[in-house]
Design a protein around this ligand. Structure first.
Ligand SMILES: Cc1cc2nc3c(=O)[nH]c(=O)nc-3n(C[C@H](O)[C@H](O)[C@H](O)COP(=O)(O)OP(=O)(O)OC[C@H]3O[C@@H](n4cnc5c(N)ncnc54)[C@H](O)[C@@H]3O)c2cc1C
Length: 384
């Protein structure tokens, strides 16, 4: 276990903002991770778990407690009788199923880099996560907000999540159904801080072909119909190309990627709220600050969501409320010049700068459409 004092947290986050941590401990094995957490909890100190830092906005004042950085490693194919990674208070695994002809069960330590796992899956012919190519961060964070992109979500392929339960001081194995996965949400987000994810067991399909291409733009790029399957490497390449166009692949030289990805989630609402939104959007046509085009009815993006609800698109609302690409430039914090949903650090932004911009956009969208945008990244020591 490596320990450092007074390290700037901006260096650990992709937004590159955030003040110092009183103490930073780096855990490289699962046992070290559990030991580090227990030590902080026994001392009754505040704890912040950091992995890839790609979904974190930390206050300029920093974090007055211990930060535990997850750097655990290990990818193993589960066969009947194989054991979980590490040995910390380990429970015997049941019911996960082992690899069969059609499926492969792959257990991955929390600190593995997510995109490295996707690369491995594509190379091995394990289908089910290729559309999640290029998402920054580590495996242990993926169940927390049920990461998703281009029609796939990790919830579709997670069999189990093995966690350290800080309240009960023991390891638990949660089956997929226990994780309460919904759009960008899970039990782990709802019970923020209680569970530290140790490893994740994925159930992937043995196939050289991708899952059905669910995203129209992606299908167009690939020259196929929505619902078709393509070779895994082609799906990955097409996803990465789309993501790069939107500034959603990390690139140290490109300030459009100094972000947390999407800063706001897509709003999910009742059909009555959606009808009110459509009405507001229509009323804005022709108004001085209204949508740019007054030709024909305004089509507010609409997708079916579970329980009869409707999902609309945060980027559309932001753009239509008058916050276009690059809004905020030449300031230190601005919208990406490639995608309005990413709030970016142009090089010298502080957390305060990012939050001023975030509040302006949230309030502007609310004034225009009556919709309250919800931030996606985890805010530490600060709030919107
Ligand atoms: C350019 C860019 C593009 C992105 N695109 C997408 C996208 O397409 N889809 C998407 O869903 N997200 C996207 N994101 C967001 C982000 O990459 C994901 O949420 C990712 O899973 C975060 O992983 P991380 O390891 O960086 O987590 P961190 O930022 O380190 O942590 C995020 C939260 O998880 C907690 N945490 C981390 N590891 C553990 C653990 N082992 N146990 C318990 N808690 C833990 C932290 O305490 C924190 O609360 C994007 C981000 C960027 C910067």
């Amino acid at each position: 276990m490596r320990e450092e004092q007074d390290l700037l947290l901006s260096g650990l986050t992709t937004m590159r903002v955030g003040g110092p941590a009183r103490r930073l401990v780096t855990a490289e094995t699962t046992d070290e991770l559990v030991d580090a957490i227990c030590e902080v909890d026994d001392a009754e100190e505040p704890l912040l778990v950091v992995a890839g830092g790609s979904n974190l906005v930390i206050a300029d004042e920093g974090f007055a407690g211990s930060v535990v950085r997850v750097r655990t490693r290990g990818i193993s194919v589960e066969t009947a009788g194989s054991h979980a990674l590490g040995s910390a208070n380990c429970e015997v695994l049941t019911d996960a199923g082992s690899s069969t002809g059609a499926n492969v069960m792959v257990r991955v330590a929390a600190g593995e880099v997510w995109d490295d796992v996707v690369v491995r899956a594509v190379a091995e012919g394990w289908s089910g996560i290729e559309a999640l190519s290029g998402i920054p961060g580590c495996v242990g964070a993926t169940p927390i907000q049920n990461v998703g992109a281009y029609g796939q979500e990790v919830a579709q392929v997670i069999a189990q999540v093995r966690v350290w339960d800080r309240r009960e001081q023991r390891v638990h194995v949660l089956a997929n159904a226990d994780c309460q996965f919904t759009y960008r949400h899970s039990l782990f987000k709802a019970r923020h801080g209680r569970y530290v994810i140790l490893d994740v067991l994925f159930r992937l399909r043995r196939s050289a072909l991708s899952g059905p291409i669910a995203y129209a733009d992606l299908a167009r790029d690939l020259g196929v119909e929505a619902g078709d399957r393509v070779p895994l490497d082609e799906a990955r390449a097409a996803v990465l190309a789309q993501r790069r166009r939107r500034g959603m692949v990390l690139d140290a030289t490109d300030h459009d990627t100094w972000s947390c990805g999407s800063f706001f989630t897509n709003p999910v609402m009742s059909t009555a709220s959606y009808a009110a939104l459509e009405h507001r959007a229509q009323a804005r046509v022709g108004a001085a600050d209204g949508p740019a085009s007054a030709e024909g009815p305004v089509r507010v993006p609409r997708f079916d969501a579970p329980d009869g609800q409707v999902k609309t698109v945060a980027a559309w609302l932001i753009d239509q409320a008058g916050f276009g690409k690059g809004y905020g430039l030449p300031g230190p914090a601005a919208l990406s010049t490639k995608h309005v949903l990413a709030l970016t650090n142009r090089g010298s932004a502080t957390t305060a700068d990012i939050l001023v911009l975030a509040r302006e956009i949230r309030d502007g969208v609310h004034d225009a459409f009556g919709v309250s945008l919800v931030s996606e990244p985890v805010l530490v020591g600060t709030s919107l």
